[in-house]
Structure formats: C-alpha cells, structure tokens
Design a protein around this ligand. Sequence first.
Ligand SMILES: [Zn+2]
Length: 148
Amino acid sequence: MKTNYEISPHLRALTHEQVTRLDQQATEGTSWEFYCGSYIHHPTVFGHKMSGLVQDAVDEYFAEIRVDNKNLVAGCSCGERTGICKHAVALLYGWVDDNDGFMNVADTLERLRHKNKDDLLEILGRIIMFDSRNLSFIEENAVADDLE
Ligand SMILES: [Zn+2]
C-alpha cells in the first residue's frame, strides 16, 4: 500500500473568506485575533490532513484538520468535543494566509528520493532515537493507518 501525500484539492481551494466564516460560526469570530497572537510550530500538510502545534502565551496544543467528504473535521489536544476550537481555526488561518510556512510532506519525500542510502539511514536513525515508537513503522508490512 502506498500513502498518497499529495495535498487534497479541497485544502488547496480553501480561502481566507471561508475560514473567516468558519471562525464566525464556530468560535464567534475570536479565532482571528487568537491567530494573530499565537505561533504555529511545525505546520505540516499532506493528503487530506494538516496539523501543527498552536502556541499561545500560556500553552501549546496539537491541532489537526482533516477533509472528510469535502467537510472539514477538526481535532485538538485542548479537548474541544462539540466542534471546531480556536486552535484548529488558527491553523486554518495559517494555511490560507501563509501556506509557504507549512511543511509539505510530498515535497520533502521528493527531496529524499535524491539522497543516498547512507544519508537516509542517518535520518532514519535520528527519527528512531527521537521517538522509539517509530520503530514500529519499520516492521515489515507496517501500515500507517492514521495517515488515511
Ligand atoms: Zn483546541
């Protein structure tokens, strides 16, 4: 099985106006100001999904947006269950206003394609040392279910 990392056309087509509307519906328009005062670490985009660590003055939350049948589904470590929280909307503002700041997994993999095996093994070693759970991806036939 091959994971498709190409960015979903639904994510590419998102506009600032759409995010503003979502902001008004979901967070009463408070997310724009929050976005302006926050910082997004490691924003990443691939396939139907984007994620990032959204930091405000006090805390840091892992927010995620997924496109599911053309709908946006949000998840966030702040624990918001009833809808989309300001962290997720801030991530979306980041995407529509500054998508150059996002790490595009497809592009990164394309660059890796041109590296030699020793360099790749060096990178792989660092990834495993950073979090040994990553070892599970190396086992044969490992399927990254959560990338779907
Ligand atoms: Zn949140």
